[in-house]
Design a protein around this ligand. Sequence first.
Ligand code: PLP
Length: 437
Amino acid sequence: MKQKKSWYEKDKAYVWHHMKPYQKDGHAMVVKEAQGAWITDIEDNKYLDAMSGLWCVNAGYGRKELVEAASQQLAAMPFYPLTNSHTPAIELAEKLREWLAGSYRIVYANSGSEANETAFKIARQFHRQHGNPHKYKIISRYRSYHGSTLATLAATGQAQRKYLYEPLPEGFIHVRAPDSYRKPEGFDDKAWNLACAQVMEDAILFERPETVAAVIMEPIITGGGILIPHESYVKQVEKVCRKHDVLLIIDEVICGFGRTGKKFGFLHYGIKPDIVTMAKGITSGYLPLAATAVREELYESFQQTGENDHFRHVNTFGGNPAACKLAVRNLELMEQENLCQRAEEKGAAIKKALMKLFDHPHVGDVRQKGLLIGIELVKDKDTKEPVDDSYSTEVVQACKKHGLIAGKNADTVSGYSNIINIAPPLSLTDDDAAFIS
Ligand code: PLP
C-alpha cells in the first residue's frame, strides 16, 4: 500500500495533467497495464476502456505484433530524418494511399495538431503558387476540435478551450455545423443539413472567395458531441469548396482507421478531399505519429522553380521509422482481423442495446456510426435543455464505479457538456460489447 500511496503523492507533486483542474482532494487514476480493451490501475482495479485511451487504441492494448514491429525497427535503424527518406516511411505512404483509395502524397508529423498545422501551411502556399496570395483564411465549424497549438486552436470551434490564450492567429472563421438533434422546427434532416451547407457558402461569399484558402472539418464532429451529418451536407460542402476554389481539408484524427466502420470517415460520404489529416489510430496510439495526405495534383503544383520550389517545412521526429513500421503492421492487422467491419457490426449492436436508454427521462438522443457513440443528456426532452456539467460528470463517475471508462465532451461555455462518449477499441470481444450494453 505504501508503494501505491507514493505513486499518487508523486503524481500530485510532479505531473501536470491535461484538461483537468487542480484536484485538491482525491487523486487521478494511475494506470499500470492494459490488455485487449481493459486497463488496470495501480490498485488492481480493472476497467473496460470505452474511450480507447483518448480515441486512439483502435487495435486494442497488448498487441505483441505491434511491439515487435517497432522494436525490430528500433534495432535496425531508430531514426533518420525525412529531409531524405527511409524504407518504413515509404512503406507506410504506399499503404496509406491504398487506405485512402486515391493518389495522395504523405507528409509526416507526430500529432494531430501538427498534421492540421501542416495542412494549413500547404493550403496557403498552394494558393500562392497559383497567384492567389490573399487566399489565406480557414473556415471551420463551431463545436469542432482541431488541436492544441495556436493555429489549430484558432480553427477549433469551442470557446472554452480558447479564451484564455487569445489573441490567436487571425484568419480563422467559424460557421454552424448541422446538429440533427437540434434542428429548428419545420426542417427535415436533409433540409437542415443543406441549410447549414448554405451557411458555409454564405461565409465564403461574405469573406470573399479570393480570401479563403480552405475549409477544415471532421466527417463527424467527435469531441464536440458526435454530430453525424446527413450525406447531402458533406457532398454540398465539397461542391461549394470546388465552386469557390477553396481546398477541403478532412480531419480524420479520430474518425480515421476504422472508428466509424470504414477505413476513413469521409468514405461514408463519397467525397474526394484535397487534404486528409490523421493521427491517433494510425499506430493505435502505441507511438506518436501523424500524417497529412495531400492530393497528388496539389503536390504537383509545388514542382516549380524559383522561391516556390518546395514546401518550406521540416519536422524532426515526424515519420519516425519505428512509428511508421508499427503503423504498417497496425494497418495490416486491422485488415487481417476485419476491424473496420467489426466496428460497424459491434457499433450497431451496442446502439440497438442502448435504445433502452430512451426510456430514461434525461436521455434525449443516442447517435452512432461504427464504434463512435454519443448519448445526449437533457433536462427535459421537449425543451432539449442540456443537463448541467455536474450531471454528465456524475454519469461518467457512475460508469467508472461499474467498471466502464466512458467519456464526455467538455464544452462548459456553450452548455454542451452533456454528451457521453463511447468509443472502445475496435478489437473488443463480444463479451466486452455486451458489458458496454
Ligand atoms: N483533430 C481532432 C479531431 C482531434 O480530436 C484531435 C485530438 O483529440 C486533434 C485534431 C489533435 O490531435 P493531437 O492531440 O494528437 O495533437
